[in-house]
Structures are given as structure tokens and as C-alpha cells.
Design a protein around this ligand. Structure first.
Ligand SMILES: NC(=O)c1ccc[n+]([C@@H]2O[C@H](COP(=O)([O-])OP(=O)(O)OC[C@H]3O[C@@H](n4cnc5c(N)ncnc54)[C@H](O)[C@@H]3O)[C@@H](O)[C@H]2O)c1
Length: 246
């Protein structure tokens, strides 16, 4: 029970990496609030709630400042504090610049980067008044390298990495540890919905010879959220089966 009685917000917790992290943090004793646009989170939260660890769902569009304020304020109202934020919600994209509208570019930047600014901002405000916490942003291998046709996502994730470094530096002395996890390609609906030959192509780029299971990323998030990472600050932790080591 590495997170006994801790209170965590996980954005995008209804599916994929977020869902696996919700499950793992609950196992480790945390109360978890899922902030997601997908109302399947209501049933998920009910199913995962236990007498000693509560799970709640708050409908949230992470690109909407009022929604994020509400998510953080409601969490503090219900549980009295916020110890952990996993800013995880994100969307995929596969478009070359000639085919991408400015509106689509802005949508990806909003969901994958601007939302991280918003959730970090309001989480930091409340953590400052309660004595500290841990924030984990969801980056990507695209925080470090480019890849054909995912340019807006790569731009967003590069931004998340440097935002994480900067916020990590700014708040370390105030008891808030801010890091990111940077997954390689992971078997979540974003990826499993693609054709098998596309998935096979991705596998070839991972020296380990397979894609990640969501729980393998969740375990890295747990590490960063827990006291095991007490000296880890402003780090973008790569969990990618060797993808960026080549
Ligand atoms: N799957 C991968 O290969 C991979 C690799 C590297 C990084 N990532 C990152 O991991 C994170 C999670 O991705 P995933 O693969 O689990 O995806 P997923 O599609 O399985 O889950 C994403 C979740 O985010 C939610 N979401 C999307 N837009 C939202 C919004 N505006 N407001 C609130 N919730 C919203 C969705 O409803 C969903 O529950 C993303 O930030 C993604 O960029 C994924």
C-alpha cells in the first residue's frame, strides 16, 4: 500500500493508460477521481470503489478551464486534499501538414498540451496550500523524437517535456515533485483500433519486440507518484522498450 489514504486525480482515466493507472493506484490505497469526457467512467468508478478506497467520476473536458477548476475544487471538497495529479488525457492524430487544418492542429495542441498547463496550474495552487504533492504528466517518445504524420502530437509532447522540467524546477523546494512518464507505443484503444499492419510496423521500431501493456506504464506512474521517487524532479521518464535508445 504505497499510496494509503492519498487522493489522486487522473485525467483520461476511463480508458487505456489512465484506466490502468486508476486501477493500480486504488490497489495501492489511494482514493481516485477520474476526470474524463467519456461517461463510461461513471460505471468504472462504481465498479472500482471499495469500502476503504473510493473512486469517483467527474465529467471533465480537460481543455475547458472551468471544468478543470471544478475537477480540482470538487476533489478537495469531497476528500479534503489533493496529493497526486496524473495529467494523462490525450488524443492521437495521423496527418501530414498539407492535409491538416489549423483547427485540427489547435485541437491536438489543446488536448495534449494546453490541458497539461491547466491541470498543473490548478493542482499546484491547491498543493501549495496543503504542503505538497506529486504531479505526473503523460508525455511520449514523441517528447524526444519526431515521427512521420504525428507532428502536432510531437509538438505538444515536446512542450509537455519542457513544461515538466520547468515546473519541476520551480516547485521542488515547495514540496511538489513534477515529472512526466514517456511511454512507447502502448496497446490502448488509440493503437488497437488501427490496422494490424500498422501495429506490426510500430512493433518493429521497439527493440523489445512488442508494444507496451497499459499496466507497464501505470507502474512507472505509481513509482513517480510514490515516495520511492522522493528525489526525482523535473524528469521525463522514458518507458519505451528501447524505442528512443536506437
Ligand atoms: N497509446 C500509446 O501508444 C501512447 C504512447 C505515448 C503516449 N501516450 C499518451 O498517453 C495518454 C493516454 O493515451 P491512451 O493511449 O491511454 O489513450 P486512450 O484513447 O485509450 O485514452 C484516452 C482517454 O482520454 C480521454 N480524453 C480524450 N480527450 C479528452 C478531453 N478533452 N477531456 C477529457 N478526457 C479526454 C478519453 O476519453 C480516454 O478515456 C495520452 O496523453 C497519449 O498521448 C499514448
Amino acid at each position: 500500500m504505497r499510496l494509503k489514504d492519498k487522493v489522486a486525480i487522473i485525467t483520461g482515466g476511463t480508458k487505456g493508460i489512465g484506466k490502468a493507472t486508476v486501477e493500480l493506484l486504488i490497489q495501492e490505497g489511494a482514493h481516485v477521481v477520474i476526470g474524463d469526457m467519456d461517461d463510461n467512467g461513471i460505471e468504472l468508478a462504481k465498479a472500482l470503489s471499495k469500502p476503504e478506497t473510493n473512486c469517483t467520476f467527474i465529467r471533465t473536458d480537460v481543455t475547458n478551464e472551468e471544468d478543470i477548476k471544478h475537477l480540482v475544487n470538487e476533489t478537495v471538497k469531497q476528500y479534503g486534499k489533493l496529493d497526486i495529479l496524473f495529467a494523462n488525457a490525450g488524443i492521437g492524430e495521423a496527418t501530414m501538414i498539407e492535409e491538416m487544418s489549423y483547427q485540427d492542429w489547435q485541437r491536438v495542441i489543446n488536448v495534449n498540451m494546453n490541458s497539461v498547463f491547466l491541470s498543473n496550474k490548478y493542482a499546484i495552487e491547491t498543493m501549495l496550500s496543503s504542503g505538497g504533492g506529486a504531479i505526473i504528466n503523460n508525455g511520449s517518445v514523441l517528447s524526444f523524437v519526431g515521427q512521420a504524420s504525428v507532428m502536432a502530437n510531437a509538438a505538444a509532447k515536446g512542450g509537455v517535456a519542457n513544461l515538466t522540467r520547468t515546473l519541476g524546477v520551480n516547485y521542488a523546494s515547495k514540496g511538489i515533485r513534477i515529472n512526466s512518464v514517456c511511454p512507447g507505443y502502448t496497446l490502448t484503444p488509440i493503437i488497437t483500433s488501427k490496422p494490424q499492419d500498422f501495429i506490426d510496423g510500430l512493433i518493429k521500431n521497439h527493440p523489445i519486440g512488442r508494444l507496451a501493456e497499459p499496466m507497464e506504464i501505470a507502474k512507472a506512474v505509481l513509482f513517480l507518484a510514490s515516495d520511492d521517487a522522493s528525489f526525482v524532479v523535473g524528469s521525463n521518464l522514458i518507458v519505451d522498450g528501447g524505442y528512443t535508445a536506437q
